[in-house]
Design a protein around this ligand. Structure first.
Ligand code: AMP
Length: 300
């Protein structure tokens, strides 16, 4: 059932544990203003729903560090390109709300598209050079969509701190730049990637994978582990590590690599020598499902 079909509940209903669910900016702003007036520190966790333990770790971090945690669920059309999976993106709203109630989130903001992009809207955020390589090159316009919706959510929820997952490493760099460049007084908190015991990074898109595809998908985390082992053993040549990572992917020719990169963690520019902080990033399409992952391969 979509939120659009639930107008009464969406105007300020309560789930179990009395967790309000709001679909409009008015009640969101009012609830946050009341919390702030009570001296509470506000934490924001932006998501697209289809929640898993990775998302919930962000909620947990916010609950720990803040007094009032707002979770947003919004599948942002602007960050999907033509032919991407916007229409089929999973939207298990009831299960998401139940999980958030269990986590004791204080408020869920789950707006319809028209609440975020109102008729006539024409101002967007251009996130600059860190948005150009990697995901930006493969998904033109993606980070313009991300930066725009994140800025809008920041303005709507006015958080003191916002929580993002390391899983989307480039997104965290784009958001940090957004906050610095536009002088926002928001602490950006980045939480570690939550993985399955076998290394697969949790992702809402893992739901698209059957057992065989899921097995193939392990090549992403395996290649990152290999890169880390090589650098920890003393390899400093990026070309040598990239070659070994490519060889790992080459064992599964049906997995289509979009990029394998070793970059500076702030500029996201490719490096030649591995230094503490160097990040390896991979993106690949496994049986029609596009997956990304990353790791710092040498500790600072
Ligand atoms: P999404 O719903 O995919 O937009 O993700 C919402 C937030 O959850 C983003 O900040 C993601 O980086 C974060 N996230 C997604 N997967 C994971 C994971 N496996 N571990 C930690 N955070 C994650």
């Amino acid at each position: 059932m979509t939120l659009k079909q639930r107008p009464i509940e969406s105007r300020g209903s309560k789930h179990s544990c009395e967790m309000p669910i709001v679909a409009e900016r008015g009640p969101l702003r009012a609830a946050v203003a009341a919390a702030r007036a009570g001296g509470k520190r506000i934490g924001l966790v932006p998501t697209m729903g289809a929640l898993h333990a990775g998302h919930l770790s962000l909620v947990e971090a916010s609950r720990k560090e803040c007094d009032f945690t707002v979770v947003t669920i919004f599948v942002n059309p602007m960050q999907f390109g033509p032919g991407e999976d916007f229409d089929r993106y999973p939207r298990p709203l009831e299960a998401d709300l139940a999980a958030l109630a269990r986590m004791e989130a204080d408020l869920v903001f789950a707006p319809p598209q028209t609440e975020i992009y109102r008729p006539g809207c024409g101002t967007f955020v251009d996130p600059g050079p860190v948005a150009l390589p990697l995901e930006g090159a493969c998904r033109p316009g993606h980070f313009r969509g991300v930066a725009t919706v994140v800025l809008k959510l920041f303005h709507l929820a006015r958080p003191d701190a916002a929580y993002f997952g390391r899983k989307d490493f480039q997104q965290t760099v784009v958001v940090r730049r957004l906050v610095d460049d536009l002088d926002l007084e928001i602490e950006v908190r980045v939480c570690p990637t939550v993985r399955e015991p076998d290394g697969l990074a949790l992702s809402s898109r893992n739901a698209y994978l059957g057992p065989e595809s899921r097995r193939k998908a392990l090549v992403l985390s395996r290649s990152l582990r290999l890169a880390r082992q090589l650098s920890e053993a003393g390899e400093r040549s990026a070309a040598a590590v990239l070659e070994k990572m490519r060889q790992e992917f080459a064992l599964l020719p049906e997995v289509r690599v979009e990029y394998i990169a070793l970059v500076d963690p702030e500029t996201l520019q490719p490096i030649e020598r591995i230094v503490p902080g160097t990040v390896a990033l991979v993106a690949a399409v496994v049986d029609g499902t596009r997956l990304i992952d990353n790791e710092t391969i040498l500790n600072s």
